[in-house]
Design a binder for this molecule. Structure first.
Ligand code: 5AD
Length: 346
Protein backbone atom coordinates (compact mmCIF):
# COMPACT_ATOMS: atom_id res chain seq x y z
CA UNK A 1 0.00 0.00 0.00
CA UNK A 2 2.82 2.37 0.87
CA UNK A 3 4.23 1.85 -2.63
CA UNK A 4 0.93 3.05 -4.08
CA UNK A 5 1.10 6.25 -2.05
CA UNK A 6 4.71 6.74 -3.25
CA UNK A 7 3.54 6.30 -6.80
CA UNK A 8 0.58 8.66 -6.32
CA UNK A 9 2.83 11.36 -4.90
CA UNK A 10 5.33 11.00 -7.73
CA UNK A 11 3.03 10.48 -10.70
CA UNK A 12 -0.17 12.11 -9.40
CA UNK A 13 -2.20 9.35 -10.94
CA UNK A 14 -3.09 5.72 -10.34
CA UNK A 15 -4.90 3.11 -12.41
CA UNK A 16 -8.45 2.06 -11.58
CA UNK A 17 -7.22 -1.16 -9.96
CA UNK A 18 -4.60 0.69 -7.93
CA UNK A 19 -7.19 3.13 -6.60
CA UNK A 20 -9.43 0.26 -5.60
CA UNK A 21 -6.56 -1.52 -3.84
CA UNK A 22 -5.46 1.63 -2.02
CA UNK A 23 -8.92 2.74 -0.89
CA UNK A 24 -10.04 -0.79 -0.02
CA UNK A 25 -6.75 -1.66 1.72
CA UNK A 26 -6.29 1.49 3.80
CA UNK A 27 -5.25 1.31 7.45
CA UNK A 28 -4.63 3.64 10.37
CA UNK A 29 -0.84 3.62 9.88
CA UNK A 30 -1.17 4.19 6.16
CA UNK A 31 -3.50 7.11 6.85
CA UNK A 32 -1.00 8.73 9.25
CA UNK A 33 1.71 8.52 6.60
CA UNK A 34 -0.69 9.89 3.97
CA UNK A 35 -1.70 12.88 6.12
CA UNK A 36 1.93 13.77 6.80
CA UNK A 37 2.68 13.84 3.10
CA UNK A 38 -0.53 15.64 2.18
CA UNK A 39 0.18 18.39 4.75
CA UNK A 40 3.68 18.82 3.35
CA UNK A 41 2.32 19.11 -0.18
CA UNK A 42 -0.30 21.66 0.91
CA UNK A 43 2.39 23.63 2.69
CA UNK A 44 4.61 23.65 -0.41
CA UNK A 45 1.82 25.21 -2.46
CA UNK A 46 -0.12 27.37 0.00
CA UNK A 47 2.20 27.72 3.00
CA UNK A 48 0.25 27.90 6.25
CA UNK A 49 -2.68 29.76 4.67
CA UNK A 50 -6.25 28.64 5.11
CA UNK A 51 -8.83 30.42 2.97
CA UNK A 52 -12.32 31.24 4.12
CA UNK A 53 -15.44 31.67 2.01
CA UNK A 54 -18.64 33.29 3.19
CA UNK A 55 -21.42 30.87 2.28
CA UNK A 56 -24.76 32.49 1.50
CA UNK A 57 -27.54 29.92 1.14
CA UNK A 58 -29.87 32.24 -0.73
CA UNK A 59 -32.74 29.90 -1.65
CA UNK A 60 -33.81 26.48 -0.45
CA UNK A 61 -36.41 26.13 -3.21
CA UNK A 62 -35.39 23.40 -5.63
CA UNK A 63 -37.01 21.79 -8.65
CA UNK A 64 -34.89 18.66 -8.28
CA UNK A 65 -35.68 15.58 -6.26
CA UNK A 66 -32.29 14.06 -5.38
CA UNK A 67 -32.94 11.11 -3.10
CA UNK A 68 -30.37 12.08 -0.45
CA UNK A 69 -31.09 15.79 -0.15
CA UNK A 70 -33.22 17.44 2.50
CA UNK A 71 -34.37 20.29 0.26
CA UNK A 72 -35.61 17.98 -2.53
CA UNK A 73 -38.89 19.15 -4.02
CA UNK A 74 -40.99 16.34 -2.60
CA UNK A 75 -39.98 17.11 0.98
CA UNK A 76 -43.11 18.83 2.26
CA UNK A 77 -41.70 19.44 5.75
CA UNK A 78 -39.24 22.10 4.57
CA UNK A 79 -40.19 25.67 5.19
CA UNK A 80 -39.12 27.30 1.93
CA UNK A 81 -37.42 30.67 1.68
CA UNK A 82 -35.73 32.94 -0.82
CA UNK A 83 -33.51 35.85 0.18
CA UNK A 84 -34.01 39.09 -1.70
CA UNK A 85 -31.24 40.90 -3.56
CA UNK A 86 -31.11 43.42 -0.74
CA UNK A 87 -30.68 40.73 1.90
CA UNK A 88 -27.93 39.01 -0.08
CA UNK A 89 -26.05 42.27 -0.60
CA UNK A 90 -26.37 42.94 3.13
CA UNK A 91 -24.80 39.52 3.84
CA UNK A 92 -21.89 40.42 1.55
CA UNK A 93 -21.45 43.77 3.23
CA UNK A 94 -21.37 42.16 6.65
CA UNK A 95 -19.02 39.44 5.38
CA UNK A 96 -16.68 42.01 3.90
CA UNK A 97 -16.41 43.73 7.25
CA UNK A 98 -15.61 40.41 8.90
CA UNK A 99 -12.76 39.75 6.45
CA UNK A 100 -14.35 37.58 3.78
CA UNK A 101 -13.14 38.14 0.21
CA UNK A 102 -15.06 35.32 -1.44
CA UNK A 103 -18.83 35.00 -1.41
CA UNK A 104 -20.39 31.69 -2.34
CA UNK A 105 -23.98 31.96 -3.50
CA UNK A 106 -25.44 28.53 -3.02
CA UNK A 107 -29.00 27.51 -3.60
CA UNK A 108 -31.37 24.92 -4.95
CA UNK A 109 -32.32 24.98 -8.62
CA UNK A 110 -34.92 27.65 -8.10
CA UNK A 111 -36.82 28.79 -11.22
CA UNK A 112 -37.70 32.09 -9.53
CA UNK A 113 -34.04 32.98 -9.86
CA UNK A 114 -33.93 33.40 -13.64
CA UNK A 115 -30.50 33.53 -15.31
CA UNK A 116 -30.92 37.27 -15.87
CA UNK A 117 -31.88 37.96 -12.30
CA UNK A 118 -28.88 36.08 -10.93
CA UNK A 119 -26.57 37.76 -13.45
CA UNK A 120 -27.76 41.17 -12.24
CA UNK A 121 -27.11 40.16 -8.64
CA UNK A 122 -23.58 38.96 -9.46
CA UNK A 123 -22.86 42.25 -11.21
CA UNK A 124 -24.17 44.19 -8.19
CA UNK A 125 -21.98 42.23 -5.77
CA UNK A 126 -18.90 42.71 -7.95
CA UNK A 127 -19.64 46.42 -8.23
CA UNK A 128 -19.95 46.74 -4.45
CA UNK A 129 -16.90 44.57 -3.74
CA UNK A 130 -14.55 44.65 -6.74
CA UNK A 131 -11.76 43.01 -4.72
CA UNK A 132 -13.87 39.94 -3.96
CA UNK A 133 -14.49 36.70 -5.80
CA UNK A 134 -18.01 35.44 -6.41
CA UNK A 135 -18.62 31.71 -6.51
CA UNK A 136 -21.90 30.32 -7.79
CA UNK A 137 -23.32 26.97 -6.75
CA UNK A 138 -26.78 26.71 -8.23
CA UNK A 139 -26.80 23.43 -10.12
CA UNK A 140 -27.18 22.39 -13.73
CA UNK A 141 -27.76 24.97 -16.45
CA UNK A 142 -27.10 25.53 -20.15
CA UNK A 143 -23.69 26.65 -21.34
CA UNK A 144 -25.27 29.96 -22.41
CA UNK A 145 -26.48 30.58 -18.88
CA UNK A 146 -23.09 29.75 -17.39
CA UNK A 147 -21.53 32.15 -19.90
CA UNK A 148 -24.02 34.89 -18.96
CA UNK A 149 -23.04 34.62 -15.28
CA UNK A 150 -19.34 34.52 -16.12
CA UNK A 151 -19.72 37.67 -18.21
CA UNK A 152 -21.55 39.27 -15.27
CA UNK A 153 -18.43 38.70 -13.19
CA UNK A 154 -18.76 35.29 -11.52
CA UNK A 155 -15.30 33.85 -10.90
CA UNK A 156 -15.91 30.30 -9.72
CA UNK A 157 -18.54 27.59 -9.89
CA UNK A 158 -19.17 24.65 -7.59
CA UNK A 159 -21.09 21.68 -8.92
CA UNK A 160 -20.43 18.39 -7.22
CA UNK A 161 -20.59 15.54 -9.69
CA UNK A 162 -21.90 13.48 -6.68
CA UNK A 163 -20.54 10.20 -8.11
CA UNK A 164 -18.70 9.50 -11.35
CA UNK A 165 -20.19 6.02 -11.64
CA UNK A 166 -23.20 6.20 -13.96
CA UNK A 167 -25.22 3.42 -12.35
CA UNK A 168 -24.59 4.83 -8.88
CA UNK A 169 -25.57 8.30 -10.10
CA UNK A 170 -28.90 6.92 -11.34
CA UNK A 171 -29.42 5.18 -8.00
CA UNK A 172 -29.01 8.49 -6.11
CA UNK A 173 -31.09 10.66 -8.45
CA UNK A 174 -34.56 10.74 -10.02
CA UNK A 175 -34.89 9.46 -13.60
CA UNK A 176 -35.02 12.94 -15.12
CA UNK A 177 -31.43 13.64 -14.01
CA UNK A 178 -28.47 12.13 -15.84
CA UNK A 179 -24.77 11.63 -15.16
CA UNK A 180 -24.06 12.76 -18.73
CA UNK A 181 -25.64 16.16 -18.20
CA UNK A 182 -23.91 16.59 -14.85
CA UNK A 183 -20.51 16.00 -16.43
CA UNK A 184 -21.41 18.11 -19.47
CA UNK A 185 -22.03 21.05 -17.12
CA UNK A 186 -18.59 20.68 -15.53
CA UNK A 187 -16.79 20.55 -18.87
CA UNK A 188 -18.76 23.60 -20.10
CA UNK A 189 -17.81 25.53 -16.95
CA UNK A 190 -14.13 24.68 -17.47
CA UNK A 191 -14.26 25.73 -21.10
CA UNK A 192 -15.83 29.08 -20.23
CA UNK A 193 -12.98 29.84 -17.86
CA UNK A 194 -14.43 29.47 -14.37
CA UNK A 195 -12.36 28.11 -11.51
CA UNK A 196 -14.38 24.92 -11.23
CA UNK A 197 -15.18 22.71 -8.27
CA UNK A 198 -16.58 19.21 -8.50
CA UNK A 199 -16.96 16.71 -5.68
CA UNK A 200 -18.87 13.88 -4.13
CA UNK A 201 -20.39 12.55 -0.94
CA UNK A 202 -18.37 9.99 0.98
CA UNK A 203 -20.33 6.94 2.06
CA UNK A 204 -23.44 7.72 0.05
CA UNK A 205 -25.87 4.77 0.01
CA UNK A 206 -24.48 1.85 -1.98
CA UNK A 207 -21.04 3.40 -2.52
CA UNK A 208 -18.14 0.97 -3.12
CA UNK A 209 -14.36 1.43 -3.41
CA UNK A 210 -14.72 0.79 -7.15
CA UNK A 211 -17.06 3.78 -7.43
CA UNK A 212 -14.67 5.94 -5.43
CA UNK A 213 -11.95 4.85 -7.88
CA UNK A 214 -14.17 6.20 -10.69
CA UNK A 215 -14.43 9.49 -8.79
CA UNK A 216 -10.65 9.76 -8.55
CA UNK A 217 -10.23 8.99 -12.27
CA UNK A 218 -12.89 11.52 -13.24
CA UNK A 219 -11.36 14.22 -11.05
CA UNK A 220 -7.91 13.47 -12.49
CA UNK A 221 -9.32 13.93 -16.01
CA UNK A 222 -11.30 17.11 -15.23
CA UNK A 223 -8.47 18.75 -13.28
CA UNK A 224 -10.78 21.03 -11.29
CA UNK A 225 -9.43 23.95 -9.27
CA UNK A 226 -11.59 22.89 -6.30
CA UNK A 227 -12.95 19.62 -4.95
CA UNK A 228 -15.67 19.48 -2.31
CA UNK A 229 -16.15 16.22 -0.46
CA UNK A 230 -17.95 15.45 2.77
CA UNK A 231 -19.64 12.51 4.41
CA UNK A 232 -23.16 11.61 3.39
CA UNK A 233 -25.44 12.33 6.37
CA UNK A 234 -29.02 11.04 6.35
CA UNK A 235 -31.92 13.49 6.38
CA UNK A 236 -34.99 11.98 8.02
CA UNK A 237 -37.57 13.10 5.46
CA UNK A 238 -35.72 11.64 2.45
CA UNK A 239 -35.77 8.11 0.98
CA UNK A 240 -32.25 7.62 2.39
CA UNK A 241 -33.21 8.86 5.84
CA UNK A 242 -32.49 5.47 7.42
CA UNK A 243 -29.08 4.88 5.82
CA UNK A 244 -25.85 5.14 7.80
CA UNK A 245 -23.70 8.25 7.49
CA UNK A 246 -20.31 8.24 5.78
CA UNK A 247 -17.36 8.09 8.14
CA UNK A 248 -14.82 10.63 9.30
CA UNK A 249 -12.08 8.10 8.71
CA UNK A 250 -12.82 7.51 5.00
CA UNK A 251 -13.46 11.21 4.33
CA UNK A 252 -10.09 12.18 5.80
CA UNK A 253 -8.31 9.45 3.84
CA UNK A 254 -9.87 10.69 0.58
CA UNK A 255 -8.93 14.31 1.38
CA UNK A 256 -5.32 13.16 1.72
CA UNK A 257 -5.45 11.29 -1.57
CA UNK A 258 -6.95 14.30 -3.34
CA UNK A 259 -4.17 16.57 -2.04
CA UNK A 260 -1.50 14.20 -3.38
CA UNK A 261 -3.27 13.81 -6.73
CA UNK A 262 -3.90 17.55 -7.24
CA UNK A 263 -1.23 19.33 -5.15
CA UNK A 264 -2.58 22.83 -5.84
CA UNK A 265 -6.30 22.07 -5.47
CA UNK A 266 -8.51 24.20 -3.22
CA UNK A 267 -9.95 21.66 -0.84
CA UNK A 268 -12.53 22.56 1.80
CA UNK A 269 -12.95 20.93 5.17
CA UNK A 270 -16.71 20.92 4.71
CA UNK A 271 -19.64 21.63 7.01
CA UNK A 272 -20.66 17.97 6.78
CA UNK A 273 -17.24 16.95 8.09
CA UNK A 274 -17.63 19.41 10.97
CA UNK A 275 -21.10 18.02 11.61
CA UNK A 276 -20.09 14.37 12.08
CA UNK A 277 -17.17 15.22 14.37
CA UNK A 278 -16.52 18.26 16.57
CA UNK A 279 -12.89 18.27 15.42
CA UNK A 280 -13.81 17.51 11.81
CA UNK A 281 -12.64 20.83 10.43
CA UNK A 282 -9.19 20.67 12.03
CA UNK A 283 -8.74 17.02 11.14
CA UNK A 284 -9.72 17.84 7.56
CA UNK A 285 -7.06 20.54 7.32
CA UNK A 286 -4.47 18.20 8.85
CA UNK A 287 -5.39 15.60 6.22
CA UNK A 288 -4.72 18.07 3.38
CA UNK A 289 -7.64 20.51 3.13
CA UNK A 290 -7.00 24.28 2.97
CA UNK A 291 -10.40 25.99 2.84
CA UNK A 292 -13.27 26.58 5.29
CA UNK A 293 -16.70 27.86 4.29
CA UNK A 294 -18.51 29.32 7.29
CA UNK A 295 -22.17 30.23 7.03
CA UNK A 296 -22.93 33.86 6.21
CA UNK A 297 -26.69 33.45 5.66
CA UNK A 298 -29.06 35.50 7.84
CA UNK A 299 -29.57 33.82 11.22
CA UNK A 300 -33.31 33.25 10.73
CA UNK A 301 -32.98 31.08 7.58
CA UNK A 302 -29.96 29.01 8.54
CA UNK A 303 -31.75 26.03 9.88
CA UNK A 304 -34.09 25.92 6.90
CA UNK A 305 -31.22 25.01 4.59
CA UNK A 306 -31.30 21.50 6.01
CA UNK A 307 -29.56 19.32 3.45
CA UNK A 308 -29.13 16.70 6.21
CA UNK A 309 -29.97 16.26 9.89
CA UNK A 310 -28.17 18.31 12.57
CA UNK A 311 -26.33 20.44 10.00
CA UNK A 312 -24.03 22.82 11.84
CA UNK A 313 -24.75 26.50 11.46
CA UNK A 314 -23.63 28.04 14.73
CA UNK A 315 -20.41 28.30 16.72
CA UNK A 316 -17.27 28.11 14.61
CA UNK A 317 -19.60 27.33 11.72
CA UNK A 318 -21.02 30.83 11.71
CA UNK A 319 -19.18 33.39 9.62
CA UNK A 320 -19.44 35.77 12.57
CA UNK A 321 -17.14 33.53 14.61
CA UNK A 322 -14.15 34.03 12.35
CA UNK A 323 -11.97 34.77 15.38
CA UNK A 324 -12.71 31.41 16.93
CA UNK A 325 -12.17 29.61 13.63
CA UNK A 326 -8.87 31.46 13.25
CA UNK A 327 -7.82 30.32 16.73
CA UNK A 328 -8.69 26.74 15.96
CA UNK A 329 -6.60 26.93 12.80
CA UNK A 330 -3.69 28.49 14.71
CA UNK A 331 -3.93 25.54 17.05
CA UNK A 332 -2.90 23.28 14.17
CA UNK A 333 -0.21 25.57 12.76
CA UNK A 334 -2.31 27.28 10.11
CA UNK A 335 -3.40 30.85 9.51
CA UNK A 336 -6.73 32.18 8.27
CA UNK A 337 -6.00 34.98 5.81
CA UNK A 338 -8.01 37.89 4.43
CA UNK A 339 -7.71 37.03 0.75
CA UNK A 340 -9.71 35.95 -2.29
CA UNK A 341 -7.74 32.73 -2.00
CA UNK A 342 -7.60 32.04 -5.71
CA UNK A 343 -6.34 28.79 -7.09
CA UNK A 344 -2.56 28.78 -7.62
CA UNK A 345 -1.05 26.80 -10.43
CA UNK A 346 1.90 24.94 -8.96
N1 5AD B 1 -25.48 14.51 3.22
C1 5AD B 1 -24.33 15.09 2.86
N2 5AD B 1 -24.23 15.95 1.85
C2 5AD B 1 -25.35 16.25 1.16
N3 5AD B 1 -25.55 17.05 0.11
C3 5AD B 1 -26.86 17.01 -0.20
N4 5AD B 1 -27.50 16.19 0.64
C4 5AD B 1 -26.58 15.69 1.49
C5 5AD B 1 -26.64 14.77 2.57
N5 5AD B 1 -27.76 14.17 2.92
C6 5AD B 1 -24.46 17.71 -0.59
C7 5AD B 1 -24.47 17.35 -2.06
C8 5AD B 1 -24.66 18.68 -2.76
C9 5AD B 1 -24.17 19.66 -1.72
C10 5AD B 1 -24.71 21.04 -1.86
O1 5AD B 1 -24.59 19.10 -0.50
O2 5AD B 1 -23.22 16.77 -2.42
O3 5AD B 1 -23.93 18.80 -3.96
Amino acid sequence: MKALIDKLEKERALSRDEWIALIGGRSETLAQDLFRRASAVRRRCYGDEVYVRGLIEFTNCCKNDCLYCGIRRSNRSVSRYRLTEGEILACCREGYGLGYRTFVLQGGEDPAWTPQRLAALVADIKAAHPDCAVTLSVGEHSKETYQLWFDAGADRYLLRHETADDAHYRFLHPPEMSPENRKRCLWDLKEIGYQVGCGFMVGSPGQTPAQLAEDMLFIRALEPEMVGIGPFIPQRDTPFGGRPAGTLELTLFLLGLLRLMLPDVLLPATTALGTIDPRGRELGIMAGANVCMPNLSPENVREKYALYDNKLCTGAEAAQSLRSLAQRMEGIGCRVVVSRGDHRKL
